[in-house]
Design a protein. Structure first.
Length: 404
């Protein structure tokens, strides 16, 4: 789910850090929009670290992507916490003098506010009228709680705890269940092929895309078996405790091959996102290869690894859907699609997600762009954005394919 969290300038902003972290841990894509005053309490670095996305307060950043509109239109849910008296007044009157205000006007998603202010401000007729106006427009309100306030006073005005805000927010968005009853197997990460006890052949895959594919499936009701080849623990955190995801960690292409054959046997859908090494070293050295042991050069003989995706296609049972990923270098979109068509034909998959990679795109990046081809080589989806957005678009294509 795409969640926008607005943060206005109040001391309770420190609690919102825990709210954002909880949303991210639960697998949601979170974009934080602080006001300038909010950054006096919690800085940009903290928001970017916990949300894993860039943070700005200005409508003048990312103008080409019209970010000030895109955030609102893409949001599935908007939370404003803390919502100060000033922010509530702006929302009630439609003032859009910052990125948060513009986003709130651009969104049609459910909006939840968590007020936080001194009791006198909360009980002032102006604030009472603003809250009534917002509720009349469908804005949801959680809190404020009655308790100790900054400065030693006590009374209503304390922001609700992050857990209460999270529960209230998630209750506003119906859980998608279009994959309920399905078992899916997903591979992710990059395999490593040993050269000696110290070195290996590898690639730049972070595993983020496959993790988001697994999360998206689980959030939509599927039972997911995730086979992870060399994914950092921090990236796997989001799936580590998900009730519908099991994780098996592997290393080499041979390990991944065995794990995927075992995981896909009775699966309804298999998605090969992992970056599998095409080659391995013919003879792995039991000792470290040293420069002083030779003439300053070293020769490695490489042999091809099995084509795991083609094997899964050959072994699939009736009704099983096989999805592949293809990372390709290409000069333009036409060449990318053409390379994808040739690869889809070779592999025999039902769907192929083709993404363009180079030194700056695809691997080790927060965002991705894919073209999805079906078994007739038709382009059935094109999506660019976060890797979670790519994952959800892929599952939409899978559902449409299975319906056909």
């Amino acid at each position: 789910m795409f969640v926008v969290v607005g943060v206005s300038g109040g001391i309770a902003a420190y609690k919102t850090v825990h709210l954002v972290r909880a949303l991210v841990t639960n697998g949601h894509e979170v974009h934080v929009i602080p006001t300038e005053d909010a950054l006096r309490f919690v800085g940009t670095t903290t928001w970017e670290a916990v949300s894993r996305h860039p943070v700005t307060t200005s409508v003048h950043d990312d103008v080409a992507e019209v970010r000030h509109v895109a955030l609102g239109t893409r949001a599935d849910l908007v939370i404003v916490a803390p919502a100060t008296a000033n922010t509530l007044a702006k929302m009630a009157t439609g003032i859009a003098d910052n990125l948060l205000g513009v986003t709130l006007l651009a969104t049609t998603a459910p909006v939840l506010v968590a007020p936080a202010m001194h009791t006198a401000m909360w009980e002032h007729p102006a604030t009472t009228a603003n809250i009534e106006t917002l509720r009349g427009r469908g804005v949801h309100v959680v809190g404020p709680a009655d308790g100790p306030l900054t400065g030693g006073d006590s009374g209503p005005g304390r922001m609700s705890e992050p857990e209460e805000i999270l529960a209230a927010a998630l209750a506003l968005v119906p859980e998608r269940s279009d994959l309920a009853g399905l078992t899916v197997a997903v591979s992710t990460g990059g395999t490593r092929e040993a050269i000696d006890p110290v070195r290996f052949l590898g690639n730049r895959s972070s595993g983020r895309q496959g993790v988001d594919v697994a999360l998206a499936a689980a959030d939509r009701g599927a039972q997911v078996r995730l086979v992870a080849a060399h994914v950092e623990d921090g990236i796997l955190t989001a799936v580590a405790h998900h009730p519908r995801i099991t994780v098996e960690r592997v290393s080499t292409a041979a390990d991944l091959r065995a794990a995927m054959h075992a995981s896909t046997g009775d699966a309804d859908v298999a998605v090969m996102v992992a970056a599998v090494a095409d080659f391995r070293v013919d003879a792995v050295s039991d000792e470290k290869i040293r420069k002083e042991d030779g003439d300053g050069t070293a020769t490695l003989r490489l042999v091809a690894n099995p084509d795991i995706l083609a094997e899964l296609v050959a072994a699939r049972r009736d009704g099983q859907t096989i999805v592949g990923f293809a990372a390709e270098t290409a000069t333009d979109e036409a060449e990318l699609v053409e390379r994808g068509k040739r690869k889809r034909a070779r592999k025999g998959v039902d769907l192929l997600a083709v993404n363009r990679v180079d030194w700056a795109r695809g691997f080790e990046a927060a965002e991705n762009a894919v073209v999805v081809l079906d078994d007739g080589d038709a382009v059935v989806a094109e999506v660019a954005g976060s890797k979670r957005a790519v994952a959800d678009a892929l599952w939409d294509a899978v559902i449409a394919h299975r319906a056909r």
